[in-house]
Design a protein around this ligand. Structure first.
Ligand code: 5GP
Ligand code: MN
Length: 323
């Protein structure tokens, strides 16, 4: 059983680097903070590595970013690398494969069905609602206690990855883990306020602009919206402010796939980043993401590619209607 192997590897290595995927979401950061800081408090020498150059999302800044490094630690050869919510080594960044090879040993804990099992020990459970419930399983096995901030961080992963306990990955373990974390001191309404209230006005302006680009295609089964660098410029919004747009598309009657295509600042206006959500259990967006060179889950997936919006939309529509 790989979770036992993961725990054994951690017991054998006092020095570790804990990493999540680049462009981290609530589950990635919740895992990094909740698992990484708990291991540190229990005596491990821990480096928290949040790969990438882009600023970490303001939405989760209350979890605390000051103890995180953005590139692989220089002494990685002496550390066990523990990756959380990371479907492939490339999700650690361009040097991700090198980092995995450099580490003294590696442990990969994840819930993406398309995980490439790139580490020495791989604990991949696609049935888990989020990576933070796997972190909770691991910490329990190691008998590592959680303080209130760590419990709150793990709770964030559950709330965000299940879409506030609404998506099809929501299961009994997600609710049971949430209940256990509440017993440890998590206040759901405080987390709700951190996550969903106090939005910057710029985000709402970006949403308004994005929704004007709504394009319903494939006989009403595909809804697409586009966000340009100019939209970010004109609204003063951050890249991360595009997050909620897709939920409005998925909620349209008859829509099976929602896609938001945006231009990352680092891409210079030619690169497009695609987020996709499925509205129907039988429609697998990971298949389309794979066709675009990306990955993810059946219900939520993404990819990046060079080209104009029309080209990207065509790829999505062709792959979708090909099935
Ligand atoms: P989001 O749309 O929120 O960025 O991502 C949804 C899901 O798709 C997440 O599970 C994320 O890990 C995955 N995903 C998004 N973009 C990419 C990508 O470029 N490559 C891979 N492999 N997975 C991605
Ligand atoms: Mn996740």
């Amino acid at each position: 059983m790989s979770l036992t192997d993961a725990a054994a590897a951690l017991r054998a290595h006092g020095r570790i680097a804990v990493a999540c995927h680049e462009a981290p979401d609530g589950d990635a950061l919740g895992s990094l903070v909740g698992c990484g800081r708990s291991l540190r408090a229990a005596g491990w020498d821990v480096v928290l590595w949040a790969p990438g150059d882009a600023p970490l999302p303001a939405d989760f800044a209350w979890l605390g970013y000051n103890d995180m490094v953005r590139s692989a630690p220089a002494d990685l050869e002496q550390r066990l690398l523990l990756t959380l919510d990371c479907g492939s080594a490339l999700r650690l960044g361009a040097d991700g494969e090198l980092a995995v090879a450099r580490a003294a040993t590696s442990v990969n804990i994840d819930h993406h069905a398309d995980n490439t099992r790139f580490a020495d020990v791989n604990e991949v459970d696609a049935g888990a609602a989020c990576a933070t419930v796997l972190c909770l399983r691991l910490l329990r096995l190691l008998e590592v206690p959680l303080d209130q901030p760590a419990a709150e961080a793990l709770y964030v992963g559950i709330v965000t990855d299940t879409g506030r306990f609404m998506f099809s990955n929501t299961n009994a373990e997600a609710h049971a883990a949430a209940a256990d974390l509440i017993v440890m001191g998590v206040e759901p309404d405080a987390v709700f306020r951190h996550l969903y209230e106090g939005k910057p006005a710029a985000r709402v302006r970006l949403l308004a602009r994005a929704l004007t680009t709504l394009d319903v295609r494939a006989n009403g089964r595909l809804a697409v919206a586009c966000i340009t660098l100019d939209d970010l410029e004109q609204t003063g919004a951050d890249e991360a402010d595009s997050e909620g747009v897709i939920d409005h598309l998925r909620a349209i009657r008859g829509v099976e796939i929602a896609a938001v295509i945006r231009e990352p600042r680092a891409g210079g206006g030619t690169l497009k980043k695609v987020s996709m959500r499925s509205a129907q259990p039988h429609v697998d967006v990971a298949r389309i993401a794979h066709a675009g060179g990306g990955g993810g889950h059946a219900m939520a997936a993404g990819f990046s590619m060079e080209g104009d919006f029309a080209h990207v939309i065509e790829l999505i529509e062709t792959e979708f209607t090909r099935a």
